[in-house]
Design a protein around this ligand. Structure first.
Ligand code: ADP
Length: 508
């Protein structure tokens, strides 16, 4: 692996408030109580900017998951419990309050997120934290709007009989939620918001790389008045705590965000009691620039951000950049310039635009792909190396001259690595874009609105951004075709996946 040893990391200071939270002994939240793991064991949490240990979290395992599931089950199965007798309006107000409290603690949450995950604090402040608050505010409104239908029925074998039939939407039950490390707080919000709006009980397992903000969120949920046992949080490893949750017989649904590889294991684990499964998995998203794009400068900036935002650690990252032949050279030069100008540093430094990758493991994974691309014969236009020997920094990287069968074109890298290729016509690029096991997102840049619509309709992807990229909103459903997942997050679509429909038929 190439290492640029000239890269230096400036000293940064942690605020007293964030330090106070880091210094607090971390525990799991089970049945409203903060408890150590049953084994008493913990695991280290690392600062990706320098590899130092910033915290310890409880290493929850099967026993802790059992206790958390039992707590959730006890609440869910008790019709007289305050969670189940609460009116939808009261539940909505409670969820709204969670959003408010996130905003009240925005600076602290952004700072902890930055220290734990490595992302620039400035980005966490304008994106992760406000989006998390907005998700709870959006879902708060839905609590009073979970409605069924009245259904006129005919019943051909009962001539003349009269019936009144209707549907109700009921919570699924106890939900196991397993989340990743790329947007730790936001992924917790995406999962908890709809589960609570529809009246479910939850056991949440944060990623072992980034467990800290979920635990702070646990305190916020308590402050907002979420009753004990409704949301339980167990930190721990995927293979132990995560696997126990996915397989648990008393869990009615598992909602998972992470790699496609682990998503397949979740499906297998869920088969025991046929629990419902929703999955938000990987991607290798095509980002298509036509030569008639409205503003080339803005398009280049948009395409650079499509891959480099969050250090490429986005399942929807625009990692396959397809550019119409006539402007290919100009776009490649523009993306390379943009990549070179990105200021890398620790998340807490004010001028940092890109932080380190999240972990040593990701550093190895991403640099292995960089090496594989070069060994396979692709041209590395810029980047391609580790930066410094401390922390997990890599340079924003652009490849060209890659063939479609290379691993850097086919596989999800989950780092700031983009491969640019030219194309000549629309049919060709639709086919190449769809030639992937994934189908999470895609981008199109053109001012020909008819072509944009025609192309969007043919792309097998859950989200298509036209003349923009990485636009997320609580109201806009997000999820994947093909091996990018099952179901959708956000919007009203997600509510269907957190409710069961009950048909009630009354003979009159
Ligand atoms: P990545 O490879 O990017 O770390 P993963 O898919 O491994 O992403 O992890 C996403 C989440 O899935 C994390 O919370 C992790 O702990 C969890 N996880 C990993 N392996 C398993 C497993 N076998 N069963 C259940 N959860 C798992």
């Amino acid at each position: 692996m190439t290492i640029d040893t000239t890269f230096q990391i400036p000293e940064v200071e942690i605020s007293p408030k964030a330090q106070a939270f880091l210094d607090k002994s971390k525990k799991c939240l089970i049945d409203g109580k903060w408890v150590d793991s049953a084994s008493g064991k913990g695991f280290s949490v690392f600062n990706p900017a320098n590899g130092s240990i910033i915290d310890m979290a409880p290493a929850g395992d099967k026993e802790d998951i059992d206790a958390a599931v039992n707590a959730a089950r006890k609440v869910f199965d008790d019709p007289s419990h305050s969670w189940n007798t609460m009116t939808p309006s009261e539940r909505g107000k409670l969820i709204w309050k969670i959003g408010d409290l996130i905003l009240d603690n925005a600076d602290e949450l952004a700072e902890i997120e930055s220290i734990d995950n490595g992302k620039p604090m400035a980005v966490a402040k304008v994106a992760d934290v406000p989006l998390s608050a907005d998700l709870f505010h959006y879902m708060a409104g839905w609590a009073t709007k979970i409605e069924g239908n009245t259904i006129p029925i005919s019943v051909p074998y009962a001539p003349g009989a009269k019936f009144h039939a209707f549907t109700t939407r009921e919570p699924v039950g106890v939900i196991g939620q397993i989340i990743p490390w790329n947007f730790p707080l936001l992924m917790a919000a995406w999962k908890l918001g709809p589960a609570l709006a529809t009246g479910n009980c939850v056991v949440l397992k944060p990623a072992e790389q980034t467990p800290i903000t979920a635990l702070r969120l646990g305190e916020i949920l308590q402050e907002a008045g979420v009753p004990d046992g409704v949301v339980n949080i167990v930190t721990g490893m995927g293979e132990t705590a995560g696997a126990a949750l996915a397989a648990h017989d008393e869990v009615d649904k598992v909602a998972f965000t992470g790699s496609t590889e682990v998503g397949k294991m979740i499906v297998q684990a869920a088969a025991g009691n046929l629990k419902k499964v929703t999955l938000e998995l990987g991607g290798k998203s095509p980002n298509i620039i036509f030569k008639d794009t409205a503003n080339l400068e803005q398009t280049i900036a948009g395409a650079a951000s499509a891959i480099f935002f969050n250090h490429g650690q986005c399942c929807c990252a625009g990692s396959r950049l397809y550019v119409e032949k006539d402007i290919y050279g100009e776009v490649v030069d523009g993306i390379a310039d943009a990549a070179k100008q990105i200021k890398l540093g620790p998340g807490l430094a004010n001028d940092t635009e890109m932080g380190p990758l999240v972990s040593d493991e990701q550093l190895c994974r991403v640099t292995d792909y960089m090496n594989a691309g070069q060994e396979a014969g692709a041209t590395c236009v810029t980047g391609g190396s580790r930066l410094g020997e401390q922390g997990y920094f890599v340079s924003p990287t652009l490849f060209k001259d890659a063939s479609e069968d290379m691993s850097i074109v086919r596989e999800e890298i989950f780092g700031p690595v983009v491969v640019a290729s030219p194309f000549e016509d629309v049919e060709e690029i639709i086919e190449r874009s769809n030639d992937s096991t994934y189908g999470l997102a895609a981008g199109i840049w053109t001012k020909d609105i008819a072509k944009a619509h025609r192309t969007a309709a043919r792309l097998r992807a859950g989200t298509v951004w036209i003349n923009c990229y990485n636009i997320f909103d609580s109201a806009l459903p997000f999820g994947g075709y093909k091996q990018s997942g099952w179901g959708r997050e956000m919007g009203h679509e997600v509510l269907d996946l957190y409710t069961e429909t009950k048909a009630v038929c009354i003979g009159l």
